[in-house]
Write a protein that binds this ligand. Structure first.
Ligand SMILES: NC(=O)c1ccc[n+]([C@@H]2O[C@H](COP(=O)([O-])OP(=O)(O)OC[C@H]3O[C@@H](n4cnc5c(N)ncnc54)[C@H](OP(=O)(O)O)[C@@H]3O)[C@@H](O)[C@H]2O)c1
Length: 326
């Protein structure tokens, strides 16, 4: 049953106390690491369970340094490696992957990096920035890293961060760029990128089911982080009005839902950890998770429509300029 809007999200500490031992000796890649980010918290939390190597990505090493210090002070035996990665440039994604040539296997790939409602911009490859950074770069990254995840074998995972914004998201297959910005609606574009993230996890999960590689998308819930940096006064007013309204928000299918309440970063990282290692959700391969459980009942008909899965996969192959055959 949905507990939407009424957070009962577990802490990372609790989820790890149940299943964390399975992380011992593992190689884990986490994107979007910074001192104030969900991925930063995730990295510190999982470091307590003796992974052999944590590969932490960011655009600049200075963003990762405070997290490395926290890990080293608490768990000095864990090896930590910085990987420079700019998701707004597919060339840089390919370069970052080549920097991992010496890493034979990846047990968990956790794609958390993202942006929300920035002013209109395009990636180096000419794609609207939220679609490009939040989704398309991960499509290429997963394609390139899949051989290493396969080398890790069953129980490895590919976890794609998404958002409750998926409930309002649809993909404008004819033009993901909003007429070169002329028709840009920042929140619709954020929702579009999250619909793409969740559809990608569903389709990839289905394709990888027989191999036992776990694939999930995750709504981490609402957490005060660097993500809100682009929230201008007008946007905050809109959010406040929605929070104060007696009318519920409605998803694309017209179903009512509430805005999630804010939690701490430990709770924000916890459903990502659930996706990585909780054995009780294995039967729901490809699912969208929130509040540490499967939330597929809350997905819209747009996201569940398999024709859209195929259309997105084909569009993504076109945009990265190569096929992704699983
Ligand atoms: N916080 C929430 O309430 C919430 C709710 C639902 C979903 N989410 C999702 O959770 C994820 C993590 O968000 P967060 O709350 O932790 O936000 P955050 O603190 O802003 O962290 C996002 C991270 O992504 C990185 N990033 C942004 N653009 C990038 C690029 N072009 N290349 C590489 N890295 C880039 C940022 O790096 P820099 O530090 O260099 O900018 C930052 O480290 C996002 O995908 C977001 O959509 C968050």
């Amino acid at each position: 049953m949905s507990t939407w809007g009424n957070p009962v999200i577990l802490s990372s500490e609790y989820v790890l106390s149940q299943y964390g031992e399975s992380l011992a000796g593992k190689t884990i890649v986490v994107t979007g690491v910074a001192n104030d980010s969900i991925a930063g918290e995730l990295a510190v939390q999982i470091s307590a369970y003796k992974p052999s190597l944590l590969i932490l990505t960011a655009r600049s090493e200075s963003r990762v340094e405070p997290i490395v210090s926290k890990i080293k002070s608490k768990n000095p035996d864990v090896s930590v490696r910085f990987l420079k990665l700019d998701l707004s440039d597919l060339k840089d994604v390919r370069r970052a992957v080549s920097d991992l040539n010496d890493v034979p296997k990846i047990d968990h790939f956790v794609a958390v990096a993202g942006v929300m409602v920035p002013p209109y911009g395009k990636t180096a490859d000419g794609v609207e920035s939220q679609f490009g950074v939040n989704y398309l770069a991960n499509f290429l990254l997963v394609k390139e890293l899949l051989p290493k995840v396969r080398a890790a074998g069953p129980k490895s995972s590919i976890v794609i961060c998404s958002s409750s914004a998926v409930r309002g998201g649809q993909i404008n297959f004819d033009d993901v760029n909003y007429k070169d910005g002329e028709e840009y609606n920042p929140l619709a574009a954020y929702a579009q990128s999250n619909a793409a993230r969740t559809i990608f996890a569903k389709f990839l999960g289905e394709k990888l089911k027989g191999e036992g590689i776990r694939v999930f998308s995750v709504d981490p819930g609402a957490v005060a982080t660097g993500l809100q940096r682009h929230f201008g006064g007008e946007f905050l007013d809109q959010i406040q009005a929605l929070r104060n309204s007696t009318e519920p928000m409605r998803d694309l299918d017209g179903r009512p839902y509430k805005m999630p309440s804010f939690t701490g970063t430990s709770e924000g990282a916890s459903t990502l950890i659930t996706a990585m290692i909780d054995p009780t959700i294995e039967g729901a391969q490809g699912a969208y998770l929130y509040q540490n459980t499967v939330g597929d009942d809350d997905l819209t008909s747009f996201v569940l429509n398999r024709e859209n899965w195929t259309k997105l996969w084909e569009l993504s192959e076109k945009l990265i300029g190569e096929p992704f055959t699983v």
